[in-house]
Design a protein around this ligand. Structure first.
Ligand SMILES: Nc1ncnc2c1ncn2[C@@H]1O[C@H](COP(=O)(O)OP(=O)(O)OP(=O)(O)O)[C@@H](O)[C@H]1O
Ligand SMILES: [Mg+2]
Length: 383
């Protein structure tokens, strides 16, 4: 939720960058009333039509009365004098009018700060959770899991999900879903620095009800042209447009993967029960620790968990020094389903592979308890 203070006829110009549900207030007095009526509100965006002096006085008052509420100021002209005064008044961010990507980033930063300020639980507030699926060894099943996780989360259109293929050189989300790569991330190159929802939407390919995909370039050489900044901006904008954004990755750490990890509320680390994959997972976990990523957002998923290869689950947990969150069995139905272009979770929801992935999606990503505690239990996590 956010409050946007702007004249009604101008609301549409600003609202795209804020993300999530936005309540419009015609002036600061109305913004103030909305704030008083909702003690949980944490963000007020003040549009360019509001007088600067009034906006600064509003921010200065809020800083004392409701320090967890962030004020983001949108101005037609941003100069040093204004920035200095805004900072002194306690405005969190000043953003030039028309820069939707900058506004998205500013709002996301302000929300995170509010969340930490309020001493909230470990999970930060986000519109649309970003989930990155990674394994440092190729062929572990990242794409399979990312595609099926997306399909399960979309639940036939109940939620809006975007699957982003960050395996920029050799991505096969498109081929796995038999999508025609008419639009890919490469078409977003000219949008860096001013990406908005309309621009992001123009890059997407429909993959099913409630399910969109951002495809990797068709030419492997194009991968190098995609800057990590575009990935960061895309994820900010996409998470305002979707309930869930699932990111498939290549099997190496890259700037792009780190940008995805930064934007993610959840890191899904995949391995198979073989020594090279486990060694690479151990290295990945050490690397994530070194880069100070939070441990509580990680899940370790063991793919082909039933493969009889002489390693027990205890062996696996001992090597990776982390508990296994989910186990997905091995089945030849998985590649058969991929070859048909239909995720196994869609083609055969009752298949053991599908139920394992669905269970992980519910408990590991949506944060739902394994079984409802009582009949009136309400679903958490779905935006
Ligand atoms: N649980 C499973 N049972 C059987 N086959 C599987 C399973 N998971 C994945 N596979 C198969 O393993 C192969 C590799 O899977 P996938 O492409 O998802 O891995 P990846 O980690 O994305 O690989 P890459 O590193 O090349 O991107 C595919 O043929 C896929 O169908
Ligand atoms: Mg892959």
């Amino acid at each position: 939720m956010a409050i946007l203070c702007e004249r009604p006829e101008r609301v549409a110009e600003v609202v795209a960058g804020i993300g999530g549900e936005v309540r419009a207030a015609g002036d600061l007095a109305e913004a103030n009333r909305l704030l008083h009526a909702d003690g949980a509100e944490t963000l007020v965006v003040v549009g360019p039509e509001t007088d600067a002096e009034e906006a600064l006085a509003f921010a200065a008052r809020l800083r004392v009365e409701r320090p967890a509420v962030g004020v983001v100021l949108v101005r037609r002209n941003v100069d040093v004098a204004l920035l200095t005064r805004a900072l002194q008044a306690g405005v969190r961010e000043v953003v030039p009018a028309g820069d939707v990507a900058a506004l998205s980033v500013a709002c996301a930063r302000s929300r995170e700060l509010s969340w930490r300020f309020a001493g909230g639980p470990a999970e930060p507030v986000r519109e649309g959770r970003v989930v990155t699926v990674f394994s440092a060894k190729g062929g572990c099943g990242k794409t399979t899991l990312a595609v099926n996780l997306s399909a399960v989360l979309a639940a036939g259109g109940q939620r809006r999900v975007c699957l982003v293929d960050l395996d920029l050189a050799f991505g096969d989300v498109g081929i796995s879903l038999q999508l025609d790569p008419v639009r890919t991330i490469v078409d977003g190159l000219g949008m860096v620095g001013h990406l908005d929802e309309r621009g992001a939407a123009s890059l997407l390919t429909e993959a099913g009800p409630g399910f969109a995909a951002l495809l990797a370039p068709v030419e492997p050489g194009d991968a190098e042209r995609v800057p990590a900044q575009l990935v960061a901006e895309l994820l900010v904008v996409l998470r305002g447009m979707f309930d869930h954004v699932v990111v498939d990755t290549p099997s190496q750490f890259s700037e792009h993967v780190l940008a995805a990890m930064d934007a993610s509320a959840h890191h899904v680390l995949l391995t198979t029960p073989d020594v090279p994959a486990l060694k690479n997972l151990r290295v990945t976990l050490d690397m994530l620790d070194l880069l100070s990523y939070r441990r509580d957002v990680r899940s370790v998923v063991l793919n082909r968990s039933d493969a009889k290869v002489g390693l027990s689950e205890q062996d696996v947990e001992r090597v990776v020094r982390a508990p296994i969150t989910a186990r997905v069995p091995s089945s030849r139905d998985v590649p058969i389903s991929t070859n048909r272009g239909v995720p196994i979770t869609v083609a055969t929801p009752a298949h053991p592979v599908s139920t394992a992935i669905a269970r992980f999606a519910r408990a590991g990503v949506l944060g739902e308890p394994a079984a409802p505690a009582r009949r009136s239990w309400r679903r958490r996590g779905a935006a």
